[in-house]
Design a protein around this ligand. Structure first.
Ligand code: C2E
Ligand code: MN
Ligand code: MN
Length: 406
């Protein structure tokens, strides 16, 4: 299958431009042997390259390019298929933008085109060339430093339940995970994640409930979450709990129950956030909107969880606007390497900025993911990079500290 990859990257500061000549010559041979076309643009700082050829070969060459230590921040911006080659000649060609007029560069690229129609009719690949040559997206090229330029230092502030804590008779327990502002070194809230009494994950807990008990159990479990949060010394911090949207719709008096348990545990509604998963909300929006009304009227905030994971995330915001959204790991994972993920996250950020909806990113595991998201304007994070969930307790947080260069 004929495949095209386009990526961009940043030349390492310690690599002299002259070294590129040798690199291009070597790549020319490799590409010829693999029947791959490479068109490389360089603007003095960034590379932009199109690779076109048989899928396996293109993938293999791209995998090697990603490992190359002479450049960094490699971002894949297009992965596509085509009926015929855009550029016939296998090999590798470098166009140094500093030596050409903008218009001339695009014409040069067009001149290399071999199929009659491919490059003329709004071809995405050609549009990417144009955007790069005109530097239209440059403000979105975040130059994140290497992962090891940060150290993550645990603060030793873990909290466990006091020895005299008597658990409420319950079939569930909770793990707590902080949502933090890493640069301000501040915990902004704690999320209570349901567990079985022995610490098994939510899917396990829900799978073992008697038939028809799902929503009632989901609601009752919140009593345990509030009691534990109180015993852990939550005080005036914010506590997030998860609920199935239908729990509020199906169980009569559900919001009243929550309010009573919040009060019974010395908490106030204003410090409670309820998180609903996006795709569960979308299927019954109208009923759900009624439940949200009740929560909001009582002072409880609403978050849409797993935002962007479903099929209609942005559309959902036309139906009602939550106080916060959480972008899920599916979009966060390797965001620093993926043009499409970056574009979607940018769109979510822009949309939420216009609507004054606060955003957090969940499931952050890598320093690069965090750095990219900070650069894009997200300030709140939850993830194993900083603190994994802690059963029956609040974990220590590993705060990022910039390493001082030796
Ligand atoms: P969620 O609300 O998105 O919760 C965050 C999930 O991401 C948690 O999984 C957490 O352990 C996981 N996570 C956090 N940081 C990382 C990371 O760096 N990497 C990875 N791979 N995962 C990370 P968990 O605890 O298994 O919960 C899964 C889901 O179960 C939750 O997703 C939530 O939707 C649901 N859930 C949890 N507690 C309750 C509850 O009381 N009621 C209801 N209805 N659903 C709940
Ligand atoms: Mn959640
Ligand atoms: Mn999740």
């Amino acid at each position: 299958m004929l495949t095209t990859i386009i990526y961009r990257s940043h030349l390492c500061d310690n690599v002299p431009f002259k070294a590129l000549e040798g690199m291009v010559a070597a790549a020319n041979l490799t590409n010829q042997r693999a029947s791959v076309t490479g068109i490389l643009l360089f603007n003095g700082t960034h590379f932009f390259q199109l690779l076109e050829g048989p899928e396996e070969n293109v993938n293999a060459i791209y995998a090697r390019i990603c490992q190359d230590r002479r450049h960094y921040n490699v971002v894949e911006i297009l992965y596509d298929y085509a009926p015929a080659r855009r550029f016939g000649k296998a090999g590798m060609e470098l166009i140094d933008l500093r030596e050409h007029e903008r218009e001339a560069v695009l014409q040069t690229v067009l001149d290399k085109g071999t199929t009659r129609y491919q490059l003329t009719y709004n071809d995405r690949a050609l549009q990417f060339f144009r955007t790069f040559v005109e530097a239209k997206e440059k403000q979105n090229y975040y130059e994140i430093p290497p992962a090891d330029s940060w150290e993550f230092i645990a603060d030793g502030q873990a909290v466990n339940l006091p020895a005299d804590y008597t658990p409420i008779a319950a079939d569930c327990s909770f793990a707590f995970q902080p949502i933090i502002d890493p640069l301000a070194q501040e915990i902004t809230s704690l999320e209570a994640l349901i567990r079985t009494p022995t610490g098994d994950l939510p899917a396990h807990y829900f799978a073992h409930l008697p038939d028809g008990e799902l929503y009632a159990a989901d609601l009752r479990s919140k009593k345990v979450a509030f009691a534990m949060a109180h015993a852990l010394g939550l005080q005036d911090n914010v506590l997030s709990v998860n609920l199935l949207p239908m729990t509020l719709v199906q169980i009569p008096g559900a919001v009243r129950y929550l309010l009573d348990e919040i009060e019974a545990n010395g908490l106030v509604p204003e410090q409670i956030v309820v998180e609903f998963t996006e795709n569960e909300v979308i299927s019954r929006v109208d009923e759900f909107k009624g439940a949200v009304k009740e929560l909001k009227a009582a002072g409880i905030s609403v978050t849409i969880d797993h935002f962007g994971a479903g099929f209609a995330g942005l559309f959902l915001l036309t139906q009602f606007q939550p106080d916060r959204i959480k972008i899920n790991r599916e979009l966060i994972k390797d965001v620093h390497k993926s043009g499409p993920r970056q574009a979607i996250v940018h769109a979510i950020i822009q949309c939420c900025a216009s609507l004054e909806i606060q955003i957090s990113a969940v499931g952050v595991e890598k320093p690069e993911e965090w750095m990219w998201l900070e650069s894009a304007g997200i300030a709140l994070f939850q993830g194993n990079l900083f603190a994994p969930p802690c059963l029956n307790g609040i974990p220590a947080v590993a705060w990022p500290e910039k390493k001082t260069p030796l």
